[in-house]
Design a protein around this ligand. Structure first.
Ligand code: FAD
Length: 463
């Protein structure tokens, strides 16, 4: 059985690790499994470097639902990742006049509790990359996916190397996915191109001392104003000893903090040759009247390290095709960064898809097949892809819609809109946010997929 993953980002690497863990016990000993990742960036294919989307070097939040996936994947790897970040108990929502509007808890109460982890994207990616052997990653730019002989999927390469066929191709190739073209069309034309949202995020890392000696432990501060948004908070400790179940004590020495600013602009700045001095000057102008002294300190001293224009994937009619090609992560649903869920939703995709593949492949090997048993591995894969999409799409769509509302709050606003935003945030803090957040955590898709698998096993037993 040959499975190819396109892309060695967070989705691609975790897909590899999940399948490596689950497939051997799902298949009979005499069915060899070949599992390979094809990655276009030489740097990402090698250890010690970074993936395509992380070269920009920002930070991200891994929220508890994403952390649970990592824990299920590998406890040791989970602890290694968490140790390199900073456990965050709440987002403090403020306005540009210096008023605190709300505190949104970012912890799932367990027991034990699991705190959201703020972490450099590079650090996170690096931990995953170190867990994948070098020989599992092929450096190659995939040009197109087509349907090959005997219904196998086939990869074509940009440098004209010979085509490669596989029983399953998993597109983990990000917001400009080439695999998506095959899943949603003829493979050549992108009928659902990535959409520029009119928002740009810039940011960087600063010394944690910039936050001041009395910065509340466990807090990430998010400030909304008429001209955009500014966020900051601790990112890691002086030594990598952060824990998932508690926030660092005020005495624990911090190493660095992150800051990021989101603003509206019709044409995104160049990422390949950005005019950093103009971007820096605009940053200072945009936030010149904001009351928070930490923001003033950051905009006057920090340098802009990274630029991320926000590109999202429009809702796709399907995430899989031909029963042998499927999308995960940003390739299926690049979310607004304001969701704080991009990486975590990618992790949920990967876990659900891997569990379903293992379940149906195991079923297809049954010595006493029932009418509902897949007749062969390709039928099993096809069933897994169909159910993956059924389980994942509703949740991702709901998160997509909610994150759009938050993204819109970061745009330029007139006076009425500005005060409506503050009122809405205050109201969410009073009534809504905590409940919604807990709902998001309670409805972990892994529970749904386990229930589905149990029910499917019962059907087989009664046949
Ligand atoms: C500004 C910003 C802030 C964010 N903040 C957060 C946050 O706070 N919390 C959060 O959870 N998420 C956040 N995210 C999103 C998060 O980083 C992604 O959702 C997550 O990394 C999943 O990405 P992926 O692996 O699916 O795709 P990517 O990271 O884009 O990886 C795709 C990989 O595929 C490779 N590839 C692409 N095309 C080909 C090809 N043709 N052939 C071979 N290889 C190919 C690329 O080189 C790359 O390595 C943020 C994103 C941005 C832009």
């Amino acid at each position: 059985m040959k499975i190819i993953i396109v892309g060695a980002g967070i989705s691609g690497l975790t897909t590899y690790l999940f399948l490596k863990k689950l497939l051997p016990s799902a298949l009979l000993d005499d069915v060899p499994i070949e599992l390979l990742i094809y990655e276009k960036h030489q740097a990402a294919a090698e250890k010690g470097h970074t993936s395509g989307s992380t070269t920009v070097g920002g930070a991200l939040a891994i929220v508890p639902n994403g952390l649970h996936v990592l824990r299920d994947l590998n406890e040791e790897l989970f602890e290694k990742i968490v140790a390199k970040g900073y456990s965050c108990s709440h987002f403090c929502m403020r306005n540009s006049y210096g008023c605190t509007l709300a505190r949104f808890p970012t912890v799932d109460h367990g027991p034990p509790p699991t705190y959201t982890v703020m972490i450099g994207r590079q650090e996170f990616w690096q931990c995953l990359r170190e867990a994948v052997p070098d020989e599992a990653i092929v450096h190659a730019n995939v040009l197109e996916v087509t349907c090959g002989q005997a219904q196998q999927a086939r990869l074509k390469f940009a440098d004209g190397s010979p085509d490669v066929e596989a029983d399953l191709i998993i597109g983990a190739d990000g917001v400009r996915s080439v695999v998506k073209r095959t899943v949603t069309g003829d493979g050549r034309t992108d009928h659902y191109p990535a959409t520029y949202e009119g928002l740009v995020g810039i940011g960087g890392f600063i010394s944690a001392s910039t936050l001041g000696p009395t910065y509340p432990p466990g807090q990430t501060t998010m400030t909304f104003g008429a001209h955009g948004f500014f966020g900051y908070g601790p990112c890691n400790l002086a030594s990598p000893t952060n824990r998932p179940d508690q926030i660092p004590s005020p005495e624990t020495p911090l190493h660095s903090a992150i800051w990021w600013s989101t603003y509206q602009v019709s044409t995104p700045p160049s990422i390949t040759s950005p005019d950093f001095s103009a971007i820096q000057a605009q940053l200072q102008t945009r936030h010149s009247n904001w009351k928070d002294p930490v923001i003033q300190n950051i905009v006057s001293t920090a340098t802009v390290d990274s630029i991320y224009p926000t590109w999202t994937t429009p809702p796709l009619p399907t995430w899989s095709s031909n029963g042998n090609t499927v999308l995960v992560g940003d390739a299926a649903h690049a979310l607004q960064p304001s969701s704080g869920q991009g990486a975590s939703q990618a992790l949920e995709d990967v876990q659900v898809l891997s569990l379903l593949l293992a379940h149906f492949l195991h079923k297809s090997q049954s010595p006493s097949p029932s009418p509902s048993t897949p007749q062969n591995p390709s039928q099993a894969i096809s069933l897994a892809l169909k159910n993956y999409e059924l389980i994942r799409k509703p949740r991702v769509t709901a998160i997509q819609q909610a994150s759009k509302r938050f993204g819109d709050m970061k745009r330029k606003k007139g006076v009425i809109e500005e005060w409506m935003t503050y009122f809405f945030l205050w109201l969410m803090g009073k009534w809504g946010a905590a409940g919604n957040y807990e709902k998001l955590l309670q409805e972990l898709p892994v529970y749904e997929v386990r229930k589905f698998i149990e029910a499917d096993q019962k059907v087989e037993e009664t046949e």
